[in-house]
Each structure stands twice: as C-alpha cells, then as structure tokens.
Design a binder for this molecule. Structure first.
Ligand code: MRU
Length: 315
C-alpha cells in the first residue's frame, strides 16, 4: 500500500502510475488539490490564488492524455475560486469527496446501461458456446476508477445477474495493465483468460469474441476515442469480423472542447518501459480509435452512437 500525504506524493503517484486509469487519476488529483492546500494552510490566505495555481499546475503536469485529470482540476479551481476566506481547505476536501462519490455512481450506472448489450449477445451466441465472450484491453476496472470500473462495470453487472460471461484479457504491453484486469476479475470470480496483445486479431477472426468493450482516457466531441495503445488495432479487427466494439466511460472523460481525435495529446512515456537498452524507442502510451469504428459509447446517461455525443453536452 502507498500512502499519499502531500501534493508531491500525489503528483509522483500519478506520474509513475502507482495511481492510473482516467477516472481514478481525476479523483486522486482532486484530493491532491486538498492536500496541497492543507499543507500551506496558514501560509497562503484563502483569497490568495498563488498556492492554488501552483497546486493545480503541479498536478496538471503529471499526465496529458486522460482528460479526467484536467476536468477534475478545472472543477476544483471553479469551486475554490468562489470560496470565502478561511473556508478554502474545507471546500477542497468536500469537492474531492463529491468527485469520488460521483465517479462511483457514474460507473455503477454504466454497468446498468451496458448490461442489456451483454444480454443481447447471449441471445446470439452459437448454441455450442454457452458463454458470452467479451474482449477488453488495458485495465478499465475497479483498479482504474474509484469503484466498479468502466468497461468492466457491465461485466460485473452481468456476472452478478448470473449471465455466463467470460473475458479475454489482453496483456497490454508494455505496462501489463491486463494483469491488473486478470487480478480483479479473479477476485470477483469472473471467468477470464489472459492473451498476448497480438493474439486478439486471431480470436476475433475465429468468432471467439461476441463483443469488445474498452475504457477511454479522452473522448473528443466527434466520438474519436483515445485509450491505451493497442485499442485501435482491436477496433479495426473487430470491424473486419463484424464484432461490436463499445467504449465505456463517464461523462468526465468526454472533452467537448476537443473537436476530434487529432487534437488529443498523446502521452509519450519513457523508453525504459520497453526495456530496450540503447535502441531508439518510440513509446506512445495511447492511440485514437475513430468514431466510425465504435458501435456505441456507454456513459451514466445511457448508450449513444459515437457521433451523437452532443446530446450529453452539459448546458
Ligand atoms: O496508462 P493508464 O494505465 O493510466 O491507461 C489506462 C487506460 O487506458 C484505461 O483504459 C482508461 O484510463 C480507462 S480506465 C477506467
């Protein structure tokens, strides 16, 4: 277990991915703001925005792609700038708790909205296969959110409803987040099988997958979706073999200010992650799946076609 007690602890934990997964990064950063303000209580007056600016800038610099981080920091800034002298710290803790609670509720709702999609697969599975075969990538489960997960939330809902689900879990090189998915599915008693990333195309071709469901780090206004690198290849293979490809994410992952995937910043991580010594390395941590390859986006509001997200834009 890692205890995060200071702003620096939180920034470090997000940068080195002790805390990872878009929704969890957002909620953790919100608590990081509260910790950063608490550290300076008595030094910075509540009406002095310099400390707030420093805290937010420090956290914003940790990871670029997951928009939940920047969404949470903007929300904290909006609320805290309105706080009256002497109440800023308390307001920060309260808003961080609200963000965490809303994430739990949103993800639970995603499970409810995704469940009928999985049930629909059960009706179409071949008679020689009792299981509903789901493929996922990376870890978009409980370990990546405050609770329930995003892509795994419908899986947990289906399992709880007694549906015979089985999950193909891709390793997700180079950081192996698939092992986190396998760990949490095992804890929950959900049948699953770990595969090498490059095995996904074959399984899709062989008809061994009924539905692909992944999380997201940032969804552009037109539905183009950034998620862990390797997602795009799965979407291409799913389309080639007529397998539905869904993205599950809370509204905090949709960046309405970002017109398309081309504007999403893609994090480039350290060459050491590939363990390649002094060989030249490119290590983009995310890729972008075009909206046209996405069958639907599942949020706490329901299921929408990827190119029809405007209905969910906050007023
Ligand atoms: O680099 P990571 O491990 O933070 O990337 C995580 C992902 O890409 C997840 O699929 C995404 O954040 C959705 S998490 C519910």
């Amino acid at each position: 277990m890692v205890r995060l007690l200071t702003l620096e602890d939180v920034a470090h934990a997000i940068s080195v991915m002790q805390v990872r997964g878009a929704p969890l990064i957002g909620a953790t950063a919100a608590y990081g703001v509260a910790l950063g303000l608490a550290e300076s209580a008595g030094i910075a007056d509540a009406t002095d925005n310099r400390r707030l600016n420093h805290v937010i800038a420090t956290l914003a610099a940790t990871r670029p792609t997951a928009v939940n981080l920047h969404w949470a920091l903007q929300r904290m800034r909006r609320v805290l700038q309105k706080s009256t002298p002497g109440t800023r710290c308390a307001a920060a803790w309260s808003e961080a708790r609200a963000i965490a609670a809303e994430d739990i509720a949103a993800n639970a709702a995603i499970g409810g909205h995704g469940l009928p999609l999985l049930k629909a697969c059960q009706r179409t599975v071949q008679s020689d296969r009792a299981r509903i075969e789901i493929m996922t990538h990376c870890n978009a489960g409980r370990l990546a959110t405050v609770d329930h997960g995003t892509a795994l939330s419908p899986v947990y809902a289906a399992h709880a409803a007694g549906l015979p689900v089985h999950v193909w879990v891709s390793e997700t090189r180079p950081r192996n987040q698939g092992l986190l998915t396998a760990w949490e599915l095992r804890e929950a008693g959900v049948p699953h099988t770990l595969i090498a990333d490059n095995a996904a195309g074959l399984l899709l071709m062989q008809g061994k997958v009924d539905l692909v469901i992944v999380g997201a780090d940032r969804i552009a206004a037109n539905g183009d979706t950034a998620n862990k690198v390797g997602t795009y290849l799965k979407a291409l293979a799913a389309q080639a073999h007529g397998v539905p490809f869904y993205v599950a994410a809370p509204l905090s992952t949709i960046d309405f200010a970002c017109p398309s995937g081309a504007s999403i910043p893609i994090e480039e991580r350290a060459a050491e992650e590939l363990g390649a010594g002094d060989i030249a390395v490119a290590n983009p941590a995310f890729d972008v799946t075009p909206a046209a390859l996405i069958s639907g986006i599942i949020s706490e509001r329901g299921v929408a076609m990827a190119d029809q997200l405007q209905a969910w834009q906050p007023t």
